[in-house]
Design a protein around this ligand. Structure first.
Ligand code: RAT
Ligand code: ZN
Length: 400
């Protein structure tokens, strides 16, 4: 092939994406749907950067309106300082992709130009070549769950996933909610499963997810509800998604911006895969320390699939390193990325940044096999990229 580099990049940019983990909600669900430049600047990644870069009073900051906060973030991180972090660069990518000239402008000026574009969520999906996103849906949050009471939104574009962290963190609250919904049950385990059946029918989730710290991972198999939940997942034929290695509230004053990394032991993940061979497990780890072992485990368990570069792992230097490692150990048998977007507009930068890295990494691998006389065709590259950005997820979630 004449220009392999260009061909790889073109194919990556033209391939449809299935975004397997986001915190997005459809535009019709107004109370929870986030969009626009003010929300982009209010991202908790940028808030943490603001708090640790300046001496701003945290309590006072959180009392401000979103617009006032965005103003401060823009002034402090983008005008007084060079916006060089990954989270800051993300904002610059969005603005430059949308042809908004931001140099020497105030937040208000940028905001008014941005609003004129009047971008809808589906337009952003189109710009970013996203065909479907998976939401994060908490069946124990009554207000958020109202999403499924009135499905006036595109259920083919926004797929549901059940987030069950509350069962581990706030069991009493969960049991109360289950009891409000279920009249007849034998015991607490039966109650939870009957409630899961109910919310499954309402939302048709493509997986169930939990984020765990080390203690929760260690005690996971001993939790009295887990065997029934795993059996339920097996019956429904949907994976359990494990987001491993978060330590919540490292600094509780920072609120959502205050979570950090825990040291975890992936032996327990391997045990889950061994003890429940009929359950499919999707996994992403938060710390760089765990990536090598996680990748090796994905070679040892047929029921384990790695996905994405989660949160603190989503940094270009780490992505390049670990993406290479994953390809070296797994070929193309993993799901390379998810956006974790909370604001629809973030899809633009999260995917542009990732696709640039993927393109360089794949080019090097194709180049390497070409030197060994392997003839790679554009069709084959296209198939490979489709696997990575779309089909591997679809297949693992049983959607195709
Ligand atoms: O990446 C994030 O935005 C985090 O705040 C978390 O929401 C994390 O992605 C999670 O799903 O727990
Ligand atoms: Zn997330």
């Amino acid at each position: 092939m004449k220009n392999l580099k260009q061909a790889v990049s073109k194919i990556i940019n033209e391939t449809e994406i299935f975004d397997i983990h986001t915190h997005l909600f459809p535009a019709e669900f107004k109370k929870y749907h986030l969009s626009g430049i003010s929300e982009v600047l209010n991202y908790h990644y940028l808030i943490a950067e603001l708090f640790t870069t300046t001496n701003i009073n945290i309590k006072k900051f959180y009392k401000l309106t979103n617009e006032e906060r965005s103003n401060i973030i823009w002034e402090e991180l983008f005008r007084k300082r060079t916006p060089i972090s990954e989270a800051c660069k993300g904002v610059l990518t969005i603005l430059s992709e949308l042809s908004i000239d931001y140099m020497s402008k105030s937040f208000d000026e940028i905001q008014s130009e941005y609003c004129k574009l009047n971008l809808s969520d589906l337009q952003i999906f189109k710009i970013s070549k996203i065909s479907q996103v998976v939401m994060t849906n908490n069946p124990f949050d009554k207000s958020e769950w109202k999403l499924f009471k009135n499905k006036n939104w595109d259920t083919n574009k926004y797929l549901a996933s059940l987030r069950l962290d509350d069962i581990l963190m706030n069991l009493e609250k969960c049991l109360d909610i289950c009891k409000e919904n279920i009249d007849r049950f034998d015991d607490e385990g039966d109650l939870i499963i009957k409630y899961l059946d109910k919310v499954y029918e309402e939302s048709r989730p493509v997986y169930t997810a939990l984020s765990l710290n080390n203690l929760q991972l260690k005690s996971f198999l001993k939790n009295k509800f887990i065997p029934d939940i795993l059996k339920w997942l097996e019956r429904k034929n949907i994976p359990l998604t494990l987001l491993l290695g978060v330590r919540r509230k490292v600094n509780k004053d920072f609120l959502l911006a205050g979570d950090g990394i825990d040291k975890i032991d992936l032996y327990y993940l391997s045990e889950i895969c061994n003890q429940y061979p009929n359950n499919k497990i999707l996994c992403s780890c938060l710390s760089l320390n765990d990536q090598h072992e996680l990748t090796v485990l994905a070679r040892k368990h047929q029921n384990l699939k790695i996905f994405g570069f989660w949160w603190f792992m989503n940094q270009p230097s780490l992505i390049t390193l670990i993406l290479n490692l994953r390809i070296e150990l797994l070929g193309l048998n993993f799901i390379p990325q998810h956006s974790d977007a909370r604001v629809t507009d973030q899809l633009i930068y999260k995917w542009i940044h990732f696709k640039t890295l993927l393109s360089n990494v794949l080019f090097n691998h194709y180049n390497n096999i070409q030197i060994k006389n392997f003839k790679i065709s554009e069709n084959q590259i296209s198939d490979d990229v489709s696997k990575l950005l779309y089909n591997n997820s679809q297949n693992f979630l049983n959607l195709s």
